[in-house]
Every structure is written in C-alpha cells, then in structure tokens.
Design a protein around this ligand. Structure first.
Ligand SMILES: Nc1nc2c(c(=O)[nH]1)N[C@H]1C(S)=C(S)[C@@H](COP(=O)(O)O)O[C@H]1N2
Ligand SMILES: [Mo]
Length: 410
C-alpha cells in the first residue's frame, strides 16, 4: 500500500503540533512591536564598580508577603510563586515560618548533641560536621498549613497569598545516617526527637527508618550557608515530609524508642478527622500542582496565545504528568514538563493556550510516580472532612471576559 505524505494523516503528530503552535504564536506576535529598519544608535554607559556581595536590579520587585495577624515572632512570609522561573527558589525569596522569631545563632560556638539510645553520645561543632562527606539534594519544603484557607473560604487573592508556603532549593549537608554511624545505635532505637535552639523549643519525632534513609543535617542552601531564616547554621532536612518536621536551628537529636508526642505534633500539626479522631502523624506531603501564570490578581492583555505555566511537586517522588483543563475540568490535555524533573522537587510545567476571550476556568492536575492523582477539592473534603492542614486540592482560576483572573471553588 502506498503512503502519500499529502494524505490527511500524513502529517506527523509533532509536525501538526508545530504548525498549530506557529499559528497560535503568530497571534501573539501581532501584539509585538516590529523593529525599525535601522537600529537606533545604542547608548552605552560607564559601569559601576565590582561588589563583595551581589544585589538584584532595583527595578525587580518580587518579594515575600506577610500578614500581621500573628505576633512579630510567630509569623510566616510567602514566596512569590507567580514571579519565579524554572524550579529553584532564591534563598532571599524562600518562604519563612517561625514560631519564636529568627534567633541569632553564632556558628562558631553552636553545637549539635546526639544522645539517648546510642553507644557513644557525641557533640559536633560546625567544623566537625563539615569534615564529613557532604551531600546535596534539590527538594521542596512545604508548610502543612499551605493552602489552608481553601478548606473553608474563597478568598479572591493571589497564588502567593494562597499557596506561597512552598519553596525549592538545593540543600547541602551531612547525611544523618553518617552521623548515626559515628554514635552507633542501641537496641530499641526506633525513633528520634529533633529539637531546635529557638525560644519555642520546636521538637518533632521522626521514625528511625526515615532518619537512616534520606534525612540530612543541612548547612547550605543554593550554594551558600543557610540564611538565618532557614535555620542558620544547621537545620534538619526530611525530604517530602511536612515543613514543621524540618527543625531549624537544630541543636539536639535524642535517640528514643517511641514518638515523644511533643506539643508540636499533638496540640498543633494534627489533622482531626470527620469522626473526631486524629490522624496519628501526617508526615507526607501529597502531590499538588498550581498554575502560577496566569493566576489570581493578574489580567490577561487580550485574546490569543497565552503560555500557561506553573509548578507541581510530590513528597512521594517524581511528578510523571500534569494535565491542564481550560474548560472548568470538562476536558484535560497534557502539559509539557520542563527539565530537570527531580523527585520531591518543584517541577515546572508549560502549556500553550489560545484564549478565545470568553470567560472560563483554568485548572491543573498532577500525577506522581506512585500513581497518586491530585484530588478535586470535593474529593479531598469527602475523604478528610474539613481539616486545616495538608490541603492539596485542584486549584481553579476563573478568567473573566475582561481578562481578570480570580480564585474560585467549583
Ligand atoms: N526550630 C524551629 N524549626 C522550625 C520552625 C520553627 O518555628 N522553629 N518552623 C517549622 C515550620 S512550621 C515550617 S513550615 C518550616 C519552614 O521552613 P522555612 O522557614 O525555612 O521555610 O520550618 C519548621 N522548622
Ligand atoms: Mo509549617
């Protein structure tokens, strides 16, 4: 049988996609300014001096936001997710959550004590910690309270204020298994309690199986020392688990034989179920995705090509796909995932969309490598009741015909 390239199925899928994209892009290009036939004479300026530590252009405005509802010390600030590109959050824009402010800790005198059910209790200075083999991992940290207003309310605010308690960095430090190899473990050493040096004595229990798997004592973030806000000089890093357990300003690890039921894991950070019982520990951050552009508070400039972009992540591993709906969840199409796609890390997705100018609703839905699919808000509430923590329902952005974008619950 002869195969003619001019037959209607003759165009390859990728060629058809290319032609569709070119057609869509040409509508976007109409809006661009053509260059004048002769380039304008370019001015050049004598530059400023070199500097000891870089700062961004004064024209750049991306910043963390915070509300005044908590005290000065018991506070949080949020990452401007809609302003970020790629998958790394600059340290200066990493969200913050402190229960007793940011303590000023002297790294030259700070020590980490490991004791309890060990053969050799030990104290490590920062210099000593840095003599062990170092290890780097790119991971997100997300507060389990992120998106919490979605359980009950429909605030018409930005993606930053709704979901900005998640950030993604390269973390460097020593694997906890290496340090526990030095102290040795006694029989019955099945849990540990990690304690911070801040005034609230933040403390959380962690099962030994996780501690020996991928937990690390981190001293660097994106290539430089941790920022004071992120736990300087050391924090515990517990990949994929809720933010609260990543104890900052870490000063003590007590090896024990059971969870200690600290105030931070009982009276706080506990999910109450519909029947009134509490879930015992909700460590894992489930898969979640967000369209960050366009998102709440933005206005589309007009009909035509729009790039829809955002991030997806899962505490359980890699994101395998993200689907986009541009018709309020009736139909779904695959978004492209942008490299690098790493386990337990923000993953950038992109989708080319031709907006007709009519009002509609945009949504994203992700799937992780365990097959877990991000639920709708209704499915989440049906399964969990009205919780406060661990909200990962599908985010809906209503686009009005005037181009304005709003947070809505379908
Ligand atoms: N010592 C200490 N560790 C802490 C906290 C704290 O208040 N004190 N806050 C926790 C909470 S609730 C979260 S969400 C993360 C936030 O980490 P970040 O401020 O680096 O983003 O730190 C956790 N570790
Ligand atoms: Mo948190």
């Amino acid at each position: 049988m002869s195969r003619s390239p001019s037959r209607n199925t003759g165009l390859s899928k990728s060629r058809r996609r290319f032609l569709q994209l070119s057609a869509a892009l040409s509508s976007a290009l109409v809006a661009c300014r053509p260059s004048s036939p002769l380039p304008k004479e370019q001015q050049s300026f004598l530059g400023g001096p070199v500097s000891n530590y870089g700062t961004r252009s004064p024209l750049e405005r991306a910043r963390r936001t915070f509300r005044n509802s908590l005290s000065r010390e018991n506070a949080s600030s949020r990452t401007p997710l809609h302003e970020l590109e790629g998958m790394i959050t600059p340290a200066s824009l990493h969200f913050e959550r402190h229960h007793a402010g940011v303590p000023a800790i002297d790294s030259t005198t700070h020590e980490l004590l490991i004791h309890g059910l060990v053969n050799r209790p030990m104290i490590f200075t920062m210099d000593e910690l840095k003599r062990f083999p170092s290890h780097s991992q790119i991971h997100f940290v997300e507060c389990s309270g992120n998106g919490g207003t979605h359980w009950r309310q429909v605030p018409d605010v930005s993606v930053q204020n709704l979901h900005g308690l998640t950030s993604c960095s390269e973390w460097t430090g020593v694997r906890l298994s290496v340090l526990l190899g030095q102290t040795g473990l006694q029989k019955g050493a099945t849990w540990l309690v990690a304690e911070g040096a801040d005034a609230c004595k933040m403390a959380r229990s962690i099962p030994m199986e996780k501690a020996l798997d991928d937990v690390m004592v981190a001293y660097a973030q994106n290539g430089e020392a941790l920022r004071p806000e992120q736990g300087y000089p050391i924090r515990l890093f517990v990949p994929g688990w809720e933010g609260n357990i990543h104890v900052k300003w870490l000063r003590r690890l007590k090896i024990v034989d059971q969870p200690y039921m600290t105030k931070d894991e009982t009276s706080k950070y506990t999910d109450i179920l519909a029947d009134g019982k509490a879930r015992q520990f909700s460590f894992m951050m489930d898969a979640k995705s967000l369209i960050t552009r366009p998102s709440g508070g933005m206005t589309l400039s007009g009909p035509g090509y729009q790039e829809v972009t955002g991030i997806a992540w899962s505490g359980r591993g890699k994101i395998t796909h993200v689907e986009i709906s541009t018709d309020a969840g009736t139909t779904w199409q695959d978004a492209a995932l942008q490299d690098p796609v790493l386990p337990i890390a923000h993953t950038r997705f992109r989708y080319g969309w031709n907006w007709t100018g009519e009002s509609t609703v945009l949504q994203s839905r992700c799937t992780d490598e365990t097959g877990y699919v991000q639920p709708t808000r209704h499915a989440l509430i049906a399964a969990r009741g009205l919780s406060y923590y661990h909200y990962n329902g599908i985010q809906s952005w209503a686009i009005h015909s005037d181009g304005s974008v709003h947070n809505v619950h379908l």
